[in-house]
Ligand binder design. Structure first.
Ligand code: SF4
Length: 489
């Protein structure tokens, strides 16, 4: 072997082809699966990201807000590039770029200099500060650092500066999302509750959701009802802004005034029971009006529950247009069910979305056979099991909590399924298993525009089943013998 200069290069490791073949076959066996599932100290290809990434997503969701990472530059680049690759839009955020001296002496100087520069350069209306692992490990006191910054006049007196500790060695992106959203709402609503005032609006908490189409769908449904609303927080225009030749660093987002007045709302509906749990718990104790929490409205039943709850909270009947939409979705399900019926699926992702995938598949007569969450709880496991128990298609389906996508690979190779549902990280396992991967999760780097197609509501049902069933029909066309290659499927 030689390099471009013609010099001999000695491979670091010599591979024996027969050994490579033996191991490649062995990792597909039951024996290997048992060893893989006995693994404790190592995570391989987890189906989740770290806390600050979720904090950055929700920071972008508010008007004029600059996400500010107190911590390492490399970490900040990771969150930004993940959001940027998923949405194919800019994700402008800054970092105070802590390095070795910050790790030794603490990061206050970095934070103060960073805030001064960022506020002067990027002129935000709000700065949302959150942490990467390094300042969490050395124990930086964010509360004191920000208080000092305000006392020194680095942060203007009237600039809201919510902050959240987002230690990545604990929890996942959904917990960072929750912590940052909570701090944003606590900061903006402080002192804004007015006795007897009611905005007449619904506060909708969507939870961690990186599908801009879902946000537009929520708005369309609420507008059909004639319900005034504030989405806490709204990424639809931030990560799906028009290309018109003008760069806007802060396109869209929930206005700070609306967010501040949300404490006087008529009702608050949380659709992220797992990804906005702490926020909703605080809202219940602090906000005026009625409060309710429902699963993400994926599949017909959960969408029905969502619409019924809106109707109940606002005393308005479900609009005829949405009833007709439901009928069309049920028609589309009936037309397509034969192509998905009894098919086995492996599903993985965030708790709120997982519950949605399972509901949808059971409604279609499919089996969510391997269900995996790489950061989950006993409560989630029980909730998924209760859902499986509602349908004969749930029989024999298994739930794997706190397992990763390398575990999933073992499951696919030893107990095969017809397809997977999840994010791009599962494509390696899907390729090894020779099955399609339906990308409905986050992040999706290797397909375009997926985040523009809603997967919630009745339209979401139609979108999901169309994509899945047409792929199965493609496979039939691509693999059938000539004599079975038919016009009609
Ligand atoms: S896990 Fe920690 S070190 Fe890694 S990117 Fe996230 S914040 Fe940075």
């Amino acid at each position: 072997m030689s390099n471009q200069l013609g010099l001999a290069v000695k491979p670091v490791t010599e591979y024996d082809d027969a050994e490579v073949k033996r191991v490649a076959e062995w990792i597909n066996t039951e024996e290997y699966k048992e060893k893989n599932f006995a693994r404790q100290a190592l995570v391989i290809n987890p189906a989740h990201a770290c806390q600050p990434l979720g904090a950055e997503l929700v920071a972008h969701a508010f008007e004029g807000t600059l996400p500010f990472v107190h911590g390492s530059q490399g970490c900040a680049s990771y969150y930004r590039s993940t959001l940027n690759r998923h949405f194919r839009e800019p994700a402008p955020a800054v970092s105070d770029a802590m390095t070795e001296d910050g790790a030794v002496f603490g990061g206050q100087n970095n934070l103060h200099e960073g805030l001064e520069n960022a506020i002067a350069l990027y002129k935000p209306k709000m700065v949302a500060v959150f942490t990467s692992c390094m300042p969490e490990i050395i124990g930086d006191d964010l509360t004191a650092f920000l208080k000092n910054a305000r006392n020194k006049g680095i942060i203007p007196a009237d600039m809201p500066t919510p902050y959240a500790n987002t230690p990545s060695f604990n929890g996942s992106h959904i917990h960072g999302y929750d912590a940052m959203l909570l701090s944003i709402l606590q900061t903006l609503t402080a002192g804004k509750q007015v006795e007897g005032r009611c905005t007449g609006k619904l506060n909708l908490i969507p939870g961690f959701d990186a599908n801009t189409g879902n946000f537009r769908e929520y708005k369309r449904i609420l507008e059909a009802f004639g319900i005034p609303y504030t989405i806490l927080g709204d990424i639809s225009d931030v990560f799906d802004s028009p290309l018109d030749g003008t760069y806007r660093p802060y396109p869209g987002g929930t206005t700070l005034d609306d967010a501040a007045d949300s404490i006087n709302g008529k009702a608050t509906l949380n659709l992220g029971p797992y990804s906005a749990a702490k926020t909703f718990s605080w809202v219940k104790d602090s906000y005026s009006g009625k409060h309710a929490s429902l699963p993400m409205p994926m599949g017909v039943t959960k969408t029905d529950d969502f619409l019924k709850k809106l109707s109940e909270l606002f005393g308005k009947p479900v609009p005829e247009s949405l009833k007709e939409e439901r009928g069309r979705a049920v028609d589309a399900m009936t037309d397509a069910h034969q192509y998905i019926h009894n098919k086995k699926f492996a599903v993985y992702g965030d708790p709120d979305q997982l519950l949605g995938y399972v509901s949808f598949l059971l409604e279609m007569g499919a089996k969510p056979y391997h269900i995996l969450c790489s950061k989950g709880t006993k409560k989630l496991e029980k909730e998924i099991q209760a859902l499986l128990d509602t349908s004969p298609y749930g029989a024999g389906c298994k739930i794997y909590i706190n397992k990763d996508l390398w575990h999933m690979r073992s499951l696919l190779m030893t107990d095969p399924v017809d397809a997977m549902i999840g994010d791009t990280h599962g494509k390696f396992a899907a390729r090894d298993a020779g099955i399609p991967l339906f990308r409905f999760g986050f992040p999706i780097f290797d397909r375009v525009n997926k985040h523009r197609y809603p997967i919630i509501g009745y339209q979401g049902v139609v979108n999901m089943l169309t994509e899945i069933c047409n792929k199965f029909l493609d496979i039939t066309d691509e693999t059938c013998e000539d004599r079975f290659f038919e016009m009609m499927r």
